[in-house]
Design a protein around this ligand. Structure first.
Ligand code: SAH
Ligand code: SF4
Ligand code: F3S
Length: 472
């Protein structure tokens, strides 16, 4: 699908390079009868998905068609993640597989960008051990993609871009959205929190927010274009607004966006529990469009571990926020992130996490085994937990959450709800699959015409992860 939005690369050097590349690509198409194609592969979180949609938007402006087959690409861009070792390994092995494509087609340009290569040791590794990677650039250089590509094409040498010190908020970058009814909108970039296990602040720099006017204009345009589900993105949306001319906080922004008329849902992620405010919850409760869904990462149910994680809240403060949220929005879906096996986590600490799961009764949890990240304080902590203990705890936690999630979902059977239909299920093409207001998966028999629309759905059966029912 192809839904480009935004101005064609506005702004000096970026515009000049875009036009130069487009001229070259148009000439190539004339001479060969086929247009140059770009392939994008994205690892990591929604923020990275949103970044890739910008890279694809810029590529399209530069005269590339976007393809979903790497074999036929003239340009391959791998947008990487560094949050856990597994994500890095996957990106490296995938790029390894592209080596043979380069051997077949020496004109192929391979670029790597994003969080993994924003770490100096990884950038250096790519330089030395992956000579067929032509361009490397970090998260702060995303908007300079046309310049970097221009340099590579015109000077035919590798472009290994050191990370820029001054991280900016760039507006006017074209976006090629993957979907015509679901959209990501970044409202801020970076993170200031330095949780002791986390690489994100090192690879995405300090917090900076977009001006509310820019965000409102983008969401207005999305709603006018028929988007039904819009997710506001930031590593900690609760600290939105610092340093902006408007001086708004996140609750102010959400309230303003909610005033836009139309049939759509607004979501946001992620909220940090240390500053999830009552004001925000009140805005949500009285809103017309904000989905009754809240992702509030707990990470651990042990106060000692939370303190070593530098999370700056304890379980009591977390529960206070959660209880207020449920008091104001009784039907809210609450999800969380948990890290298992953080350095120094004892059996007792882990029991604390299980106790919190029983008390908080989350609808769903995203759980991760702790992965040491080079350069973070936690990676240097003594008492790393053994992989056996980590896996044993992880499995116990999933079993408990499975029970809780199933019970919570079964309590919702029989009640008609609105589901945004995404299309045929991958595992069973006879069924359509969609998302409820709480962002839970629903399967039902539907028609092709339902895709991208809200349908009324009644659940007949549920497990911990999905509802099965009918369209009514
Ligand atoms: N900004 C978001 C989280 C972004 S990373 C927030 O603060 O909630 C998404 C999740 O990955 C985190 O919530 C955490 O649970 C997990 N995570 C981050 N670093 C990790 C690491 N080193 N090992 C394992 N899980 C990690
Ligand atoms: Fe990482 Fe913590 Fe920032 Fe989230 S808030 S991105 S976990 S440092
Ligand atoms: Fe996201 Fe991974 Fe970067 S989780 S912010 S892509 S390290």
């Amino acid at each position: 699908m192809d839904h480009t939005q935004g101005n064609p690369a506005k702004g000096g050097e970026r515009e000049i390079c875009t036009l130069r590349l487009r001229a070259g690509n148009d000439r190539f198409a004339k001479e060969t009868g086929s247009r140059r194609r770009a392939y994008f592969l994205t690892f990591g979180c929604q923020q990275n998905e949103a970044d890739s949609e910008k890279l694809a938007g810029m590529a399209q402006d530069m005269g590339y068609d976007v393809t979903d087959t790497p074999d036929e690409a003239d340009l391959i861009v791998v947008n990487t993640c560094a949050v856990r070792e597994h994500a890095e390994k996957k990106a490296l092995s995938t790029v390894g597989q592209f080596k043979h494509l380069k051997a077949k087609n020496p004109a192929l340009v391979i670029a790597m960008c994003g969080c993994m290569v924003s770490q100096p040791h990884r950038a250096e590794e790519i330089r030395r051990r992956y000579p067929y990677v032509d361009i490397v650039f970090g998260t702060g250089s995303l908007h300079r993609f046309p310049q970097l590509l221009c340099e590579r094409m015109e000077k035919s040498r590798r472009v290994l871009c050191p990370e820029e010190e001054t991280l900016t908020v760039e507006e006017g970058i074209p976006v090629r959205r993957e979907s015509s009814y679901r959209a990501w909108v970044s409202i801020m970039y970076g993170c200031n929190n330095f949780c002791s296990y986390c690489i994100v602040p090192y690879v995405r720099g300090r917090e900076r927010s977009r001006e509310p006017g820019e965000i409102i204009a983008e969401v207005e345009k999305l709603v006018a274009d028929g988007y039904r589900d819009i997710t506001l993105l930031g590593q900690n949306v609760n600290s939105y607004g610092k340093g902006t001319a408007a001086g708004w906080d996140f609750a102010d922004l959400l309230a303003a966006l909610d005033r836009i008329d139309g049939d759509y849902r607004l979501r946001f992620m992620t909220s940090h529990p240390k500053d999830a405010s009552r004001k925000l919850i009140d805005v949500m409760a009285s809103s017309r469009h904000v989905a009754h869904q809240f992702h509030l990462p707990l990470q651990s149910g042990s106060d000692a571990i939370l303190s070593r994680m530098n999370r700056r809240y304890d379980t009591a403060k977390y529960l206070e926020t959660l209880d207020y949220l449920r008091e104001k929005i009784p039907d809210v879906t609450v999800t969380t992130d948990i890290i298992v096996g953080f350095p120094g986590e004892t059996d007792e600490d882990f029991e604390g996490t299980l106790a919190m799961l029983r008390r908080a009764r989350f609808d769903m949890i995203f759980s991760f085994i702790y992965s040491p990240r080079k350069g973070t304080p936690a990676a240097e902590m003594a008492e790393q937990v053994s992989p056996e203990a980590q896996h044993e705890r992880f499995d116990r936690m999933l079993a408990l959450q499975n029970e809780i999630g199933t019970e919570k979902n079964q309590a919702l059977l029989g009640v008609p709800v609105r589901v945004l239909c995404d299309g045929p299920s991958k595992n069973n093409p006879d069924l359509m699959c969609g998302r409820t207001e709480g962002n839970k998966i629903a399967f039902f028999k539907g028609e092709t015409d339902d895709v991208g629309k809200f349908v009324t759905f009644r659940a007949e059966r549920a497990d911990a992860f999905a509802f099965y029912g009918e369209k009514i």
